[in-house]
Design a protein. Structure first.
Length: 374
């Protein structure tokens, strides 16, 4: 079995990191195709994982030193274990990273996974701190130099060329069987919408909150509730809007939730809220991991951007325009009524079947394997 190295600067051992969990899933999936190694960071140390065993290969006393150490260890690992294929979770480009790419490319074929593209507007305009903005400007200078070293880019977009490098599409994916379907909530005349996220402006939940304000100001009908689970930069903005509109009864902030607490929220919700503000960062296609989780849970979804794995005119998706208008909650009520005709419908299994078809991780990573071998 050929060898593959996954490179990431993410702490995959943090229980609160959804990205770390994703990388562990990728490691597990790639291990069914390759003899897989993974190099990552944890508590300022560089960790090499192989055959589910973790070894500290470099100890440092600061995060900055660890960032340099992981590049050195990656070059050493590729040479020592004679690894022909390297899959990199793109961390933004900078001179030390490019230097590592140059050295690794002499021994291995490199594919970069680019999770968000384009990302310029997101960093320039929306709630990113000074340190990340500086990293972005360095990235702008350095990223086009990667084309000399990177074979291809795996992207969750439809671009066929990024930074002068040939790109191909993949989809964000999960192990569907590892995500338990929700329990269908009893019909009681109310509607409960859930959104689970580290809240950023691109989530656009302010549009839903403003829509609730309009809905109740005009008399409403069915009681509609929004449950927000998570924290993030925009949480305070949402809290201020809820207070401004006196919507405390209808918008509930649950904070960071995991385990049974999150399962209880899912089991007491009817519809999931995907992104309503992706247009704010200049993007139109969503490939979020959360959308996969919603599908696996069996949730109908509300969105203002196309979700890459959901077909056009899918009966379990309600689409709004990608603009700044408040969400029309009356349409949400109509959407709910069209789905939950009675308590016995098979909505959960219908939606979950799409997850098996479109976003199971083994199937999703096959294009990466094909590009390595071509």
């Amino acid at each position: 079995m050929d060898k593959l190295l996954i490179y990431t600067k993410v702490d995959v051992f943090s229980e609160k990191s959804s990205l770390g969990k994703k990388l562990k899933r990728q490691y597990k999936a790639f291990s069914s195709m390759f003899d897989t190694y993974m190099i990552s960071l944890n508590d300022n140390n560089v960790i090499l994982t192989h055959k589910n065993k973790n070894k500290v290969v470099a100890e440092t006393d600061s995060w900055v030193k660890a960032l340099f150490a992981i590049n050195k260890c990656t070059v050493e690992c590729v040479k020592k274990f004679d690894i022909p294929y390297v899959f990199i979770r793109y961390p933004m480009s900078e001179p030390a990273f490019n230097g590592m790419l140059k050295k690794v490319s002499k021994h291995s074929r490199i594919i970069l996974e680019l999770p968000t593209y384009p990302y310029d507007d997101e960093i320039k305009n929306y709630g990113v701190d000074l340190k990340n903005k500086m990293a972005y400007y360095i990235d702008r200078i350095c990223r086009h130099r990667m084309k000399k070293y990177v074979y291809k880019i795996a992207s969750y977009s439809n671009y066929d060329n990024i930074f002068g490098i040939e790109a191909f599409p993949i989809v964000n994916a999960v192990f569907v069987d590892e995500i338990k379907p929700r329990t269908l909530r009893n019909v009681d005349g109310t509607i409960h919408v859930i959104a689970v996220a580290e809240m950023q402006q691109s989530h656009g939940y302010d549009r839903f909150i403003k829509g609730l304000n309009e809905y109740y100001k005009n008399g409403g009908g069915k009681e509609v509730y929004l449950h927000l689970a998570g924290n993030g930069n925009e949480k305070e903005t949402y809290e201020e809007l809820v207070k401004k509109y006196s919507l405390e009864k209808y918008v509930i902030f649950h904070g960071y939730c995991v385990g049974d607490e999150l399962e209880d929220l899912y089991n007491n919700s009817d519809i999931a809220l995907e992104r309503l503000g992706l247009h704010r960062i200049g993007a139109a296609l969503s490939s979020s991991l959360k959308s996969r989780e919603y599908l696996c849970k069996g949730f109908p979804m509300i969105s203002s951007s196309k979700v890459d794995v959901i077909p056009e005119d899918y009966k379990y998706q309600l689409m709004f325009e990608a603009n700044e208008n408040p969400v029309d909650i009356n349409k949400v009520v109509e959407f709910y009524n069209s789905i939950y005709v009675d308590e016995q419908n098979d909505v959960i299994n219908d939606i979950r079947s799409l997850a098996y078809e479109k976003c199971d991780i083994i199937k999703a990573l096959e294009p990466v394997k094909e590009r390595f071998y071509e």
